[in-house]
Design a protein around this ligand. Structure first.
Ligand code: FHN
Length: 584
């Protein structure tokens, strides 16, 4: 009986954690939470800034490139503290123009900025009374750059927010000969008091709208510590928003979840914001020229917003406070597209409509199933000019280009087909308007497969993952399919033997495509090459062809690499067996 009680309590706790709540959190009604989060969920797009003394080496040490993120150079460059700490004396943000930073963000369509007030190296971008390892004392630089940025945010109507790392390689409690991702902890109570003191300084001086924590993976930091910190901060400022890394990001989802360098496959059951870099490294890295193209960035923003999330897009300024020219260009081009499509950017909101393999869907604010307007964002222009929008039934619908030119519409089996032959594709993303009455989502397998109800749908979340690298991610897709022997498998129960069309929903961006995917079921093997898709979060249908399953009963379906192996197979959401004929 006792064991049953324990399991019951654990089940309740997991259920609560899954909802993003956790025992001991400061009480707040759902309505009050929604009110407090309103500006954030409306914002859709924010600027992330990784700025600190790590920008001085910019990913190189003693003339040699150091791998991985530049803000981690003290760790990956194996730099002893006595060599790294003196960097601070040369840190002079002379060319930091706060007004230009925030104006550029505003023109891009961003509504808030998050800056690293203290990253893992422990260097503080403000003059803290609790340490000398800060802008005021370690550099002799006498400007209050956080104060300037906060003022510029107020002037331009953006929210000023600060990032703060729980890990602190400089603080005596965690100081080590070699900085690592799991620094020691010698005096937890003392360090927590230091953190709380610094956070109070930030709140009292700069009134950040969001405190964006990081470093939650530290093995000495617990959920209880996070809840205590969260409650402490909410009491200091009841309107403050705090990200889920204040506690443990894997189980804690308040105030918002923070997928990083990845976009969930579908909407999530909590508020969320995906953070991405415009190239690869968060901090400025001289050798990092992996700039994302503007179409990828715009499609990423649309894809994330269409799933109800925010995009927090990172820029890594040079040590002097100036920005890389490419970052300025990327934000300007994003801003031009957002301004030219304002109705479909800030005027749009999430709608629980079946995803489309060619792009994304959203609705105009205030739309209802009875009447309203959808925006269709076309990333992949159909070769034949016919765009099939599956999974949505309309009583009446009129489709036009964003500018309002009518487009012919034909009803099809699982939705409508739009004739784009008279429309012109936008190089970044083309927006169509669908003014409708009486919309409803059809019964859909996730992600756009039209279903007649007798399909067999094998979802990522139901698969057995055979390979320790494979990961099932938030939003229901499998990633990290990198080892040749990695496979996923399902048990298939065939009730009506027959011939089946087999398709998968996959994502495989440029540079990873080209492997063969091999699917075996019922003693048959289907092998197809994996074409490129526009990004890891942008899924397309992969057609494996047909199989004959002529016996009823249970069988195994296994999916993996074929003979050709490139850097990855793909990200996978689902495999669908659709009956094309039945054997009576
Ligand atoms: O280790 C950090 C990393 O340097 C960077 O700050 C990212 C941005 O969210 N967060 C951590 C990695 O999860």
């Amino acid at each position: 009986m006792k064991k049953m009680m324990i399991y019951a309590v654990m089940a309740c706790l997991c259920a609560l954690l899954n909802q993003g709540h956790a025992a001991g959190l400061i009480p707040e009604s759902d309505a009050a939470f929604r009110k407090r989060m309103q500006w954030f969920t409306d914002a859709k797009f924010g600027l992330f800034i990784h700025y600190g003394i790590y920008a001085i080496p910019g990913g190189e040490w003693k003339g040699k490139p150091v791998p991985r993120y530049a803000e981690w150079i003290q760790c990956w460059g194996k730099i002893p503290p006595e060599e790294y700490i003196p960097l601070a004396s040369g840190f002079r943000p002379d060319r930091l123009d706060a007004d230009a930073w925030i104006r550029t963000a505003k023109e891009a369509g961003m509504k808030y900025m998050v800056i690293t007030s203290k990253h893992h190296d422990g260097f503080c971008l403000w003059d803290s009374a609790l340490t000398k390892y800060d802008l005021g004392e370690a550099t002799g630089f006498d400007r209050d750059i956080l104060g300037e940025l906060a003022a510029a945010c107020r002037k331009h109507g953006l929210k000023f927010c600060t990032y703060y790392s729980i890990i602190d390689w400089h603080h005596p409690s965690q100081r080590a000969k070699q900085a690592t991702n799991q620094p020691p902890m010698r005096d937890k109570a003392g360090y927590v008091a230091y953190m709380k003191g610094q956070l109070k300084e930030l709140i009292d001086r700069y009134h950040p709208a969001v405190l964006w924590f990081d470093g939650d993976w530290a093995n000495w930091w617990t959920m209880e510590d996070g809840i205590d910190l969260y409650n402490y901060l909410r009491k200091l400022d009841p309107n403050l928003i705090i990200n889920n890394r204040a506690a443990k990001r894997k189980v804690f989802k308040k105030d918002f979840g923070t997928p990083e360098q990845q976009t969930p496959g579908t909407a999530l059951d909590h508020v969320w914001e995906a953070c991405w870099t415009v190239n690869h490294s968060w901090g400025f890295k001289k050798s990092d020229t992996n700039w994302k193209s503007t179409d990828v960035l715009i499609q990423k923003l649309i894809d994330i917003n269409s799933k109800g999330g925010n995009l927090l897009l990172n820029v890594g300024p040079h040590a002097d406070g100036s920005w890389p020219a490419m970052s300025i260009r990327q934000l300007k081009e994003m801003g031009a597209w957002n301004a030219a499509h304002a109705d479909a950017f800030q005027g749009a909101e999430f709608v629980a409509a079946p995803a489309q393999s060619w792009g994304a869907l959203a609705q105009a604010k205030g739309a209802t199933p009875t009447a309203g307007e959808f925006f269709a964002y076309v990333f992949e222009w159909p070769a034949d000019g016919k765009l099939e929008l599956v999974g949505n039934a309309f009583g009446k619908v009129a489709v036009t280009t964003y500018a309002g030119a009518p487009l012919p519409v034909t009803p099809v089996r699982a939705g409508i087909e739009i004739d784009l032959s008279s429309a012109k594709a936008n190089p970044y993303a083309t927006v169509l308007r669908l003014k409708y009455r009486d919309w409803k989502a059809l019964v859909m397998a996730p992600d756009g497969f039209e279903v007649s109800g007798d399909e067999l749908i094998l979802q990522a979340r139901d698969a057995q993952l055979n390979g320790k690298d494979l990961r099932l991610r938030d939003g229901g897709f499998i990633s990290r399919w990198i080892k040749r022997d990695n496979t996923v498998s399902w048990k298939l129960n065939i009730r009506t033997p027959g011939r089946f069309k087999v398709r998968a929903l996959y994502a495989c961006p440029d540079g990873y495509q080209g492997s063969d995917a091999r699917l075996t079921v019922g003693g048959q093997t289907l092998t197809v090459p994996v074409p490129v898709t526009a990004g890891w979060g942008l899924y397309r249908v992969l057609d494996f062809g047909e199989v004959t399953l002529d016996k009823a009963g249970e069988m195994e379906c296994v999916l993996g690499f074929g003979k050709t192996k490139k850097r990855a197979l793909f990200n996978l959401k689902s495999v669908v067996f659709r009956p094309v004929s039945e054997f009576k």
